[in-house]
Design a protein around this ligand. Sequence first.
Ligand SMILES: NC(=O)c1ccc[n+]([C@@H]2O[C@H](COP(=O)([O-])OP(=O)(O)OC[C@H]3O[C@@H](n4cnc5c(N)ncnc54)[C@H](OP(=O)(O)O)[C@@H]3O)[C@@H](O)[C@H]2O)c1
Length: 333
Amino acid sequence: MTTTRNRQILLIEKPTDKLAASHFRLSEGQMPAPKDGEVLTRTKLVSLDAANRAWMQGATYRTAVNAGTVMAGVSVAEVVESKAAGFKAGDLVFGDTGWQDYAALPAKELIKLPDVKPMTHLLSVYGIAGLTAYFGFLNVGRPKAGETVVVSAAAGSVGSIVGQIAKIKGCRVVGIAGGRQKCDWLTGELGFDAAVDYKGAALFRVLKDAVPDGIDIYFDNVGGDIFATCLAQMKLHGRIVCCGAVSQYDNAPPASGPRGVPGLIVVKRLRVEGFVVMDFFADRDKAIAELQGWVASGKLKVEEDVIDGLENTPQALVGLLAGENRGKRMVRV
Ligand SMILES: NC(=O)c1ccc[n+]([C@@H]2O[C@H](COP(=O)([O-])OP(=O)(O)OC[C@H]3O[C@@H](n4cnc5c(N)ncnc54)[C@H](OP(=O)(O)O)[C@@H]3O)[C@@H](O)[C@H]2O)c1
């Protein structure tokens, strides 16, 4: 009997500090056989997400990733064989396939995808990144035209879309990103009103110059010092959309405790609200239709950073955490 090889990237050791490619190993298993109710998938595009690193720190909105297992991760995959109603060979699906060629997954954990060209858009603007930006900014941030919006990790996959939606909604938008080149791209190509480099001069001062009257909505992708800097510059009745905390992921889990934060929230009457994109999935189709309209009309530019080869996935994640990417990073398998 012939077996089809299944290349897998294993997390062989949990990092205690910075993640390195050496925490992973390429291995080979057998192609799994789907049971009743399951679907066998062939991975096409692996999504690289800051959250991949957070899952190594412990349980989040999903269980922790442990050493000695196939690295968890979501991807766009093609159905090879189905033992579940509603799926057939050739369908495109989205799910937590892990970093491997083949996975046998319960059908109820998969989302069927439309045939969109280019397929990469299913992971960027019409995938988790675009939907996170859309629901986080519109449903949690609830912008009004004329408001001042600041977004961190602004040149990343979520941030670059948040800033553009904010412009579509008539807001004044300031991005925070690492390095002059990324900042110039945000203002020159994506239409941000200003961008500040958090790796350059003292952030508090340069941000103050960019938002002299304060911030109505801060879309927080990074947490840590940048969160604290923005918090101090919020206007009365401002909103902080807590999307993620990438500055805290690539080391030991941060100490808990908010220190001086609650006082500022009280005095400024802020609404600080976290969300997970899946909370809004019931409205997914409507959101994708609106995003498609903005892309078609040229109001929303899609930036993608596609790397080839499953074997390059570990280094691609290490690079994302170091800020190598612009827009949505993914690996074509
Ligand atoms: N709530 C949800 O449902 C949800 C869903 C998806 C993603 N997220 C969150 O969205 C955020 C963005 O994630 P992503 O996967 O889309 O990644 P991404 O924004 O495409 O890439 C991460 C970016 O973070 C920046 N960064 C890294 N370390 C940083 C630090 N110490 N301080 C400031 N910026 C830093 C880097 O850009 P620079 O060059 O600018 O440093 C890097 O390019 C993450 O916090 C993630 O957890 C949340």
